[in-house]
Design a binder for this molecule. Sequence first.
Ligand SMILES: O=C(O)CCC(=O)C(=O)O
Ligand SMILES: [Fe+2]
Length: 341
Amino acid sequence: MMSRVVLEPEEIHQIQGLLSELAGTYGRAEAAEFNASAGVYAHELPRRVRREIYEFKLNEPDSGHLIISGMPIDEERLGPTPNHWKHDHRTAGETEEEMLLVLMGSLLGECIGWSTQQDGRVVHDILPIQGKEHEQLGSGSEELLWWHVEDAFHPYRGDYLGMHCLRNPDRVPTTFLSIGELGLDFTEMPVLFEEHFTIRPDESHLVKNKGQDRVVEGDLAHSYGQIDQMNTKPQKIAVLFGDPRAPYVRIDPYFMDPVADHPEAQAALEQLIAAIDARIKDMPLNPGEVCFIDNFRGVHGRKPFKARYDGNDRWIKRVNIVRDLRKSRGVRESAASRIIK
Ligand SMILES: O=C(O)CCC(=O)C(=O)O
Ligand SMILES: [Fe+2]
């Protein structure tokens, strides 16, 4: 079931006023000063929007996602879709859209980034990159992006994933399924709550997908070393956890190895994967739509498509949001830093 809030004209007007003020003050969504104040400005969003987002957080509905639609997209201000996430952000026409995503996300928790992903930015670009068509990446296009929990391999992964669709001319579908709508009785699958399973880091965190001009030394070398460790010696984890009647899920089949030492665990994993695969649905995002996915309750992916590389390509902004920044304090530079090393 789609869960959608359609913004009213006065709400759009109020949001636009706030965004133009903030873009004028801070220039870029990536500005540390903007990120440090986003949780304050978020309370200047319309009350109904704040309530919808808060109730999504509090009640953890079985839908597992929330779409907020109605924001107009100014194609001209936006400019062409860049050819890489490493485009020159100083001239970015998408600052207001990025800021809106961070503001709404701040009502769910705190936005975070990874030193090993997209140059340590908080707001990511999802766009097709020439030469990566056949990679298992958000920037791949011609391959099915297998459904997954975002950063499933990592203990500090986001509780939520936020996406703001700027452009999607071919209505390329994001795929989505909430575990709450799977219709399985998880109390009969106790083995999935036990630590038998492994998930390796996805490609986006690998050193080969960093920006080309980025030198890997010092802290960054250490971070990539840890990713490498997680790749060669992944820890055993549970695929389901929390309340067996409404469990949380941690799964990324493409990066999971068969459970060789526990046939019952492997069989249960295969049953879960097949059930999700049979039921996952297309959920194409339209320009101006902001979508939040509960990353503990839902899996998402993307269908293959043919990229254009002419400035009109599909373009989505993405953030990861944690409810509790403190859990990762040991791997962040300061209390307020949002980047996981
Ligand atoms: O492009 C999409 O709709 C989703 C992409 C995605 O899942 C990702 O980049 O992690
Ligand atoms: Fe994803």
